[in-house]
Design a protein around this ligand. Structure first.
Ligand code: HEC
Ligand code: HEC
Ligand code: HEC
Ligand code: HEC
Length: 416
């Protein structure tokens, strides 16, 4: 790790902009006029500077000199992120023995192998992770805990299976660190970072025509760039191909268009922003597509993309019908997961806090059994055995007829 020398001379003009404030003068009328002009100038300058981060920043080098494999870290932003991404203290462990939850309670479908003490400890933890304000009543009819009447309980049961599956089947992404409900929920009913499908803009009668899903100001999804503003639907729900680079020096049939490439970039903007890293965290930008030249984090990210698709398709979208309308997006779809849902601007969620260690019931062989039941034994995913595909296959992108350019599917497929 190398640090750039802190250049104090840079820090001065970028400082808060104090000298731009209107100067107070004696004459009240004049003061008003000046004050107003000063305010406008001040606001204009303020807007101009808003996009910049105050120097100095630290630069961590992650590759050979001259390759630009660097991460720019602003210590002031980092301090805020660190404070906002702390794991809560773990609950005291409890005895394993005694009767099982399935023997004592009436309607335990997923967590039946836990001892009653373990089961209750998890209920207390879940309450702290998801509904600390509402308490047990957020998921339960407290007159009858076995009742499945509240949709939140049904969602929580499915979320439990989802969490177990992530921890068991997706260790190629989450490692031994794993996830708990807190990784996404952070003490809130709904994770702060979630997404809905964006409706396509209507063309009829509009002078400006169709915006092709791009160029909308203030879109967090793509970190305010003018790239397509819904990179989630095609890549994190559907499995449209992400690779766009040709594999040969001369054009030999790569049909990927600039427009298609913009969609890939939009996803990459989300991934960078969601993890709080630069492109060079996963790529050597002299050869973006080359796996051999990419840092290992890119392979982790490859699994992450597949994991998120499975989370959304296998666990979350199926819950749509039980949700009240106020939980759904304009397209009637349920809130879904992206990279930021867990990561929240940090390369490892909660800076790699080992929360799962205190809750092995959210992983382990018991969970595996449940996962097999959901999925069926005939359909293993075993991501470990499945390395990144070595070469892109440009033709597989063309779902429709290549000759007419008529492509099926989501907006992403409207390239060319
Ligand atoms: C975020 C949702 C959620 C919260 C909050 C929650 N529970 Fe649960 N609870 C569940 C789910 C889901 C099940 C069913 C688990 C299963 O099927 O394996 C359950 C089952 C139970 C059962 C078993 C009832 C039976 O007879 O089948 C009891 C007892 C229970 N919870 C107690 C509590 C207590 C006490 C609290 C508060 C400290 C609490 N729960 C908070 C989701 C929740
Ligand atoms: C990978 C991220 C993730 C994890 C891990 C996760 N959730 Fe969720 N949860 C979501 C998302 C996204 C939604 C929004 C979807 C929806 O509306 O149901 C949600 C919604 C919910 C809701 C519905 C809340 C409401 O008010 O509509 C409950 C209850 C819930 N989760 C419980 C849990 C529990 C309990 C766990 C741990 C066993 C858990 N979740 C783990 C992402 C996650
Ligand atoms: C967290 C890791 C990560 C970050 C950060 C990241 N990428 Fe990627 N990038 C990937 C992965 C993984 C793939 C391959 C996806 C696949 O094949 O499914 C990829 C693919 C690409 C491709 C397509 C390569 C090809 O084979 O055609 C381009 C272009 C690209 N990224 C550009 C960028 C840019 C520009 C940035 C910064 C805005 C960026 N990436 C940030 C992980 C990352
Ligand atoms: C369900 C929660 C969850 C989601 C969603 C998620 N991740 Fe992760 N990710 C993790 C956890 C947990 C780790 C830490 C693994 C470890 O400690 O080994 C991690 C680690 C990583 C790393 C390695 C970081 C490093 O410094 O080594 C990369 C890169 C990454 N994730 C990219 C992504 C991308 C890209 C997405 C979206 C496509 C994504 N993640 C979605 C939970 C998640």
């Amino acid at each position: 790790m190398t640090k750039y020398p802190r250049q104090e001379s840079h820090a001065v003009p970028m400082e808060e902009g104090t000298r731009l404030r209107p100067t107070p003068v004696a004459n009240s009328k004049k003061q008003g006029a000046l004050g107003w002009r000063g305010l406008v100038i001040g606001m204009a300058m303020g807007l101009g500077l808003m996009g910049c981060e105050r120097l100095p920043v630290d630069v961590n080098q992650g590759g050979y000199r001259g390759t630009g494999m660097e991460q720019v870290v602003n210590p002031r932003i980092e301090a805020v992120k660190l404070a906002a991404n702390q794991a809560p203290p773990a609950l005291e462990p409890v005895e394993e023995g005694g009767p099982k939850a399935s023997q004592v309670y009436q309607n335990v479908q997923v967590l039946g192998d836990l001892s009653v003490a373990q089961f209750n400890r998890l209920m207390v933890a879940m309450t702290a992770w998801v509904s600390p304000e509402q308490g047990c009543a957020y998921c339960h009819n407290v007159q009858n805990f076995a009742d499945d009447g509240l949709y939140t309980k049904l969602v929580a049961r499915r979320m439990t299976q989802m969490t177990q599956t992530i921890n068991d089947r997706w260790q190629a992404h989450v490692g031994q660190t794993g996830v708990t409900c807190f990784t996404c929920h952070r003490g809130q009913n709904l994770p702060e970072k979630r997404w809905f499908t964006e409706p396509e803009m209507q063309i009829a009668g509009r002078l400006l025509g169709n915006d092709s899903g791009q160029n909308r100001a203030g879109v967090e999804a793509v970190a305010n760039s003018d790239l397509p503003y819904d990179p989630y639907t095609p890549f994190l729900l559907e499995s449209n191909p992400i690779r766009v680079n040709g594999t040969t020096a001369l054009p030999t049939g790569n049909r990927m268009s600039t427009k298609q490439t913009e969609w890939t970039y939009a996803l990459m903007m989300h991934m960078s922003d969601g993890l709080g890293v630069n492109c060079t965290y996963c790529h050597n930008t002299r050869a973006i597509a080359e796996w051999e030249q990419s840092p290992p984090a890119r392979v982790t990210a490859w699994y992450g993309i597949r994991m998120v698709r499975e989370i959304n398709n296998e666990f979350i979208t199926g819950l749509t019908p039980i949700h009240p309308p106020n939980r759904l997006g304009v397209m009637g779809d349920i809130a879904k997961v992206n990279c930021a849902t867990c990561h929240q601007g940090v390369n490892k969620p909660l800076y790699g806090a080992q929360m799962l260690k205190a809750h092995p019931e959210l992983s382990g062989p018991n969970a595996l059994k449940d996962a097999m039941e959901i999925r069926g034994p005939g359909k293993p995913i075993a991501p470990q055995s499945q390395g990144p595909e070595p070469t892109p296959s440009p033709t597989s992108f063309l779902k429709g007829s290549a000759s007419t350019g008529q492509l099926e599917g989501h907006a992403v497929a409207r390239a060319n």
